[in-house]
Design a protein around this ligand. Structure first.
Ligand code: FES
Length: 580
């Protein structure tokens, strides 16, 4: 840790709007006074933007306005001036074609909002999957002092005496209906039990993973990730976060001070220990690109390979985020990583202290929820990065969510050219498929879908499910929901729509998966592969206008985080010209 707090008092960037007596200053200050703010609030104290992803259409973040009030209380207490700012909210469960298509748009919006406004520090109020990475990316590109507070997970779902995990049980129950083990009325009855309270998904899905990533990176106060949305301690956390950001501004503690390579390595190892979502791969790669940290898929494999999954949460395990919180939450996991030599202990956090000083006294209150290493869910919890002629730029698989017997498998390809082709064929009993086959789904990557949808864990054909089979090897250039599971190869790069080798797989080809050897191979000759690639033409729609065109033209591959080429890097907080 080499951070030295800046001198205080000093002139802050908000004074370029609010300081002095010029006509422009009176314009900026006077108009804001229509909200009833006294003159002395513009005296040079830190102006804190509470970047709020609340939206009625982002139900996971539906309580964030209430939480923003607690953040404001903390900011006031610490002598700051809080201003709540709505920012683009990419809802996972409603946005079409997929929320991921809007992560970069949201990141761009928050970056410009922070830079173009009189904000000295930002509280990133997030929750649902894409809201966390998008705001982190935007804040990183301005490098204005920023801190994350998440909305927290929902309470446990319960249905007929069984824990119901957000998303995880949606997939399970829908497969049970297809297999004839559950009827439609029961499925409908289970619906309400999936969302018992406000908050984000209660599994270790992408929202909980990204909350954990923010904490492991050092961008949120210790203990933030697991507190349930409705727990009074969530509101306390929001208030403490409001207090803390004021001091961060005074100290000039910026994202670039915190988001170091050490911090990313800590996050990758944490992802392995918690059995986190594969979506963290694309989000952390993109975030690293914003701060100029050289992070690659190889870092994911190197850091995560020997990290056991110790958090027994769905989809890899049995419990839910509520129990993770009661067991001690992420600080316990970080402490265990540190004790095992798998934590860069000196990494700086938003507290101004090292991560080790934050977690070294954590206690585990339930060793069935946070398992001792000797009793881990799996010894290799990290994300496996696969390469081969089918994925020359890489593909990922989450071993903790896969069937061990399928981690080494050779099977006949059954190909779906795109998601519509899959939907048209999958329920057809004439489809030539059995459980030994490898399902291949194309054109679902960043350009192909567009947005790289979470369809990689495509449901199995009913005729296989009816035999009691619950998993098959599946390969695609799509993503998978963090709440999902299965032996699923994802993020295959280059994607099919960009002419990657996935595009030329044909029905009947043989495919070999060997996770231990990190290999994914299409069993055809190099000559044949080259000839097929030479014949390939894209089949996905290429947009002609609007955001969809910008997305298609500028989105990069999953192997580097699917950011826009022109958004990489930190552009800083300087505004350029004044508008008046
Ligand atoms: Fe919003 Fe899961 S759908 S957190």
């Amino acid at each position: 840790m080499s951070f030295k707090p800046a001198q205080w008092p000093r002139k802050l960037r908000s004074q370029a709007w609010y300081g002095g007596t010029s006509r422009d200053t009176i314009y900026h200050r006077g108009w804001l006074k229509n909200q009833g703010y006294p003159h002395d609030l513009f005296d040079g104290r830190p102006v804190i933007g509470i970047m709020n992803t609340w939206s009625d259409l982002t139900p996971c973040n539906g309580h964030l306005r209430e939480l923003a009030e607690k953040v404001k209380a903390g900011v006031w207490e610490a002598g700051g001036f809080p201003l709540e700012v709505p920012v683009f909210s990419a809802s996972e469960n409603t946005f079409r074609p997929t929320a991921m298509m809007y992560r970069n748009l949201a990141a761009m919006a928050v970056e410009e909002t922070m830079r173009g406004q009189p904000i000295d520090g930002a509280v990133l109020l997030v929750g649902c999957d894409k809201t966390t990475p998008s705001l982190l990316m935007g804040a990183a590109s301005t490098d204005i002092p920023s801190i994350v507070v998440t909305g927290g997970p929902m309470l446990n779902g319960w249905f007929r005496g069984e824990r119901v995990g957000s998303g995880t049980h949606l997939w399970k129950y829908s497969e049970a209906v297809k297999a004839g083990e559950m009827n439609q009325d029961e499925f409908l009855e289970a619906e309400q039990s999936m969302s018992r309270s406000t908050g984000s998904c209660n599994t270790m899905g992408t929202a909980s993973t990204m909350a954990s990533m923010a904490e492991a990176l050092g961008m949120a106060l210790s203990g933030n990730a697991a507190i349930p949305a409705v727990d009074s301690r969530r509101r306390v956390m929001a208030q403490l976060t409001g207090r803390r950001i004021v001091q961060m501004v005074k100290d000039d503690l910026k994202p670039s001070d915190i988001l170091t390579k050490d911090a990313f390595e800590n996050a990758i190892r944490t992802n392995g220990a918690i059995g986190g979502s594969t979506n963290a791969v694309v989000h952390l790669l993109a975030l690293a690109g914003r701060v100029g940290i050289d992070l690659s898929l190889d870092d994911w494999d190197r850091c995560g390979r020997d990290v056991p999954t110790i958090v027994n949460l769905m989809p890899s395990g049995e419990y839910l985020m509520e129990e993770f919180f009661y067991a001690g939450g992420l600080p316990v996991v970080l402490k265990m990583l540190g004790e095992g030599g798998k934590l860069n202990k000196d990494a700086l956090t938003v507290s101004g202290e090292t991560i080790w000083s934050e977690v070294s006294t954590a206690q585990n209150w339930n060793e069935d929820v946070i398992r001792p290493v000797e009793n881990a869910l799996t010894d290799q919890g990290g994300i496996a990065v696969l390469r081969g002629n089918l994925a020359p730029m890489g593909a990922v698989l989450k071993p903790s969510a896969a069937t061990p017997a399928l981690l080494k498998h050779r099977g006949r390809a059954v190909v779906f050219e795109d998601i519509d082709d899959y939907k048209a064929k999958i329920n057809d009993d004439q489809l030539d498929i059995d459980e030994t086959c490898v399902m291949v789904l194309k054109n679902c990557g960043p350009k192909g879908y567009p947005g790289m949808s979470e369809v990689g864990n495509m449901g199995l054909p009913p005729k296989v499910l009816k035999k009691g089979i619950t998993d098959m090897v599946r390969i695609s250039d799509a993503r998978m929901s963090g709440t999902a599971y299965g032996t699923v190869v994802l993020h295959t790069a280059p994607e099919a729509a960009a002419g990657g080798p996935l595009a030329i797989v044909r029905d009947g080809d043989m495919i070999e998966l060997d996770v231990e050897a990190r290999r994914i191979h299409l069993d055809i000759s190099d000559l044949e592969l080259t000839a097929r690639l030479a014949e390939w033409t894209p089949i996905h729609d290429i947009p002609e206008s609007g955001y969809a065109k910008m997305f298609h033209d500028h989105v990069e591959g999953a192997d580097t985080g699917a950011d826009f080429d022109f958004l990489k890097g930190c552009r800083g907080s300087a505004v350029g010209k004044d508008s008046h």
